[in-house]
Design a protein around this ligand. Structure first.
Ligand code: ADP
Ligand code: ZN
Length: 191
């Protein structure tokens, strides 16, 4: 998968929350470092789930990252001799990220992105679906449904212990909310 010579490409790691996207991204970052590749890691500035300057998995794995406010600033931050560009939480970026990833891959860089494919309503989320379309490689991971134990591909948003309404905004900052991994049949979006 990662042996193509003199050519860049795009890899997408996607799935619901808790599906292991950050874990997998961190694994690929570590392996690129072992291979002595020059790598830069980015995340959107809006996400301060754990810390502003690292990619962190729910299991505690961590990799240093630079938080950037938009795709244009990300592009300008990539250094000429960087071989691998890793980006977490891509669903929170503007749609310009698609073109930025294309340009970086066209320059011969390996671009590894991770992010949610669907929002809490089960709708396509930000630039992720388009990135999946233009990528060379896509890995769609599944979590475990906390209701029934089946593989889960949806993210359930809970507000004060109840499923969030479809009319709630996609990104809630600082609300008393939580998220669960659920399968298609256990996922609830009251209207
Ligand atoms: P993501 O980036 O997709 O949200 P992470 O890589 O941060 O996922 O976390 C994956 C880890 O979360 C798993 O290895 C597991 O230890 C933990 N985990 C907690 N709840 C679940 C769940 N419902 N299904 C799968 N893994 C879970
Ligand atoms: Zn279920």
């Amino acid at each position: 998968m990662h042996l193509m010579k003199d050519m860049g490409w795009i890899e997408v790691i996607t799935g619901s929350m808790y599906s292991g996207k950050s874990e997998e991204l961190i694994r690929r970052i570590k392996r690129a470092r072992i291979a002595r590749m020059k790598i830069q890691v980015f995340k959107p500035q809006v996400d301060d789930r754990y810390s502003k300057a690292s990619v962190k998995s729910h299991d505690g794995d961590e990799a240093e990252a630079v938080a950037v406010p938009d795709s244009g600033i990300l592009l300008r931050a990539v250094e000429k001799d960087t071989q691998v560009v890793a980006i977490d939480e891509v669903q929170f970026f503007d749609n310009g990220l698609v073109d930025v990833c294309r340009r970086l891959a066209d320059q011969g860089k390996r671009v590894v992105v991770a992010g949610l494919d669907m929002d809490f309503r089960g709708q396509p989320f930000g630039p992720t679906p388009t990135l999946m379309a233009v990528a060379e490689f896509v890995d769609k991971l599944q979590a475990i449904c906390i209701q029934c134990g089946n593989p889960a591909n949806r993210t359930q948003r809970m507000i004060n212990g109840k499923p969030a309404l479809a009319s709630e905004p996609t990104i809630l900052v600082g609300a008393a909310e939580s998220y669960e991994a659920r399968c298609r049949s256990c996922h609830e979006v009251p209207r």
